[in-house]
Design a protein around this ligand. Structure first.
Ligand code: BGP
Length: 469
């Protein structure tokens, strides 16, 4: 749709940027921090691990000062569950609690709105040993942790995100990491975990609302619209299959409080439907998020499954090579979109479409919590990072957001990935997303100096003019 004029970004639009605890903080066993599954995953030796990362734990003051200079109105980071509690997973760990008070206070000092993710992939390892999310008891421990962070930070944090990319954790578990044992859960186990995560999330929404805390809360999924590869009607069905199973099946429970019909049929048919207790239906029904957060990177293009044993989803490492799923869908190459150096589809129009579909479906305000361009940035001879491809990527996506706002979609913030360079899960420091370069390599920590990239100055100008430049 084209219009005579475009709407401006809302006056209080939350221009921001994102990081997560395990990818940025480092200090992975300091001040009583417990081990998380991330600390224990198998990791290629030549790639940076998470022990030091960007050392945000020791540089947060310097980093937030730089983010204030960038002009951010908001900053999305996650709290590491493993810093907040002691071994019994119930007793608060004061040093960890203080760290996030300091980070939040530092944001507030610069009038930056903290946007807090409660759980970004880093489950305590001791819970994993007892079955992790397969075990219903994990919900109880999660709620205990959430009670602590609501008590500590509930009056100063206005935007809460429950679980980062639950759909990635369930659909592509190997994309996040492989356990020491090498065992990846079966589909049946994964959908049991999914059910427990959904129950945990629903109870967190309810708890937040019962406590009458002043802010807002929502889920954060990785969402993308699906294109059909050809006009073949079976391709349309396949695209709808995968769009539903990959995105809506998670959000429908989070927002509408019940399983999507197609998802339910798919699970029953394959004998993957989770075990439920009689009270689950009411728990899920009581969930009412205030907004929806999405991480958007790419669209996918889909054709009908060949159903000949070759529609199999790839696992760890090569998680972007998404071949498909038997009897459900098959990935198709889209000749009309670009790709990043890492093969991720670049599709700003797809963001507009994703936002429209999301708003059509739930009519809730939308926060974009991730979007970004991974590249192997290097310092040039003058010690600068001229990341023009990133600028081009962000510019086109910001234009697409403005188009969606003009369409009438209620988008209230944008948190590109990432504020500073962080460890990429599989490519370490070879793949960077930040506005601020962290001077280290996978093998050499150097002095971890912070260097502003060209995109820093560009984004600063975007924010200054509320997206009008
Ligand atoms: C998202 C995750 C982030 C981040 C990002 C980029 O799915 O929520 O934590 O990792 O992807 O991924 P990568 O570093 O693998 O390119």
């Amino acid at each position: 749709m084209q219009y005579k004029s475009k709407k401006n970004f809302p006056k209080n639009f939350l221009w921001g940027a994102s990081i997560s605890a395990y990818q940025a903080e480092g200090a992975s066993s300091k001040d009583g921090k417990l081990a998380s599954i991330i600390d224990k995953y198998q990791h290629p030796e030549e790639v940076a691990n998470f022990e030091v990362a960007s050392d945000f734990y020791h540089h947060y003051k310097e980093d937030i000062k730089l983010l204030a200079e960038l002009g951010l109105k908001s900053f999305r980071f996650s709290i590491a569950w493993t810093r907040i509690v002691k071994e019994d997973l119930l007793t608060p760990n004061q040093k960890g609690i203080d760290f996030y008070h300091n980070v939040i206070n530092e944001c507030i000092k610069y009038k930056i709105e903290p946007i807090v993710t409660m759980y970004h992939f880093d489950l305590p390892y001791s819970l994993d040993k007892k079955g992790g999310w397969k075990n219903r008891e994990t919900i109880t421990f999660f709620l205990e942790y959430v009670k602590i962070i609501f008590k500590e930070y509930g009056n100063k944090v206005n935007y809460w995100l429950t679980i980062n990319e639950q759909n990635t954790m369930i659909l592509h578990p190997g994309a996040i990491g492989i356990p020491e044992s090498g065992y990846l859960p079966t589909k049946k186990e994964l959908y049991q975990m999914n059910h427990h995560l959904l129950l945990a999330q629903a109870q967190v929404f309810k708890l937040y609302q019962d406590l009458k805390l002043p802010g807002k809360i929502g889920p954060a999924v990785n969402l993308t619209a699906m294109y059909q590869g050809t006009a073949h009607p079976e391709d349309a069905i396949a695209a709808h299959n995968w769009e539903t199973l990959r995105g809506w099946s998670f959000l429908d429970v989070a927002v509408r409080g019940k399983y999507n019909y197609l998802f339910e049929t798919y699970l029953h048919d394959r004998d993957w439907y989770p075990e439920c207790l009689p009270e689950d239906e009411l728990i899920l029904k009581a969930a009412k998020p205030d907004f929806i957060a999405i991480n958007y990177y790419s669209t996918a293009t889909i054709t009908a499954s060949k159903n000949d044993g070759t529609d199999v989803s790839a696992r760890a490492g090569d998680q972007q090579i998404m071949v498909g799923e038997e009897g459900v869908y098959r990935a198709y190459d889209n000749p009309y979109v670009d790709k990043t150096p890492y093969g991720w589809v670049v599709d700003p129009v797809g963001l507009r479409l994703t936002l429209r579909k999301l708003y059509d479906r739930y009519q809730l305000p939308i926060l974009i919590t991730e979007n970004g361009y991974g590249s192997p940035d290097e310092l040039d001879e003058e010690g600068r990072i001229n990341d023009i491809e990133r600028i081009d990527y962000l510019k086109r996506h910001i234009e697409a957001i403005q188009d969606a706002i003009t369409d009438g979609v209620d988008v209230f913030g944008y948190q590109p990935w990432s504020a500073i360079d962080v460890v990429s899960t599989h490519q370490g420091f070879n793949k960077r997303y930040g506005f601020i370069y962290i001077d280290r390599t996978d093998q050499d920590l150097k002095e971890l100096k912070r260097i502003k990239k060209e995109s820093f100055y560009w984004y600063q100008d975007v924010i200054k003019h509320n997206g009008v430049n």
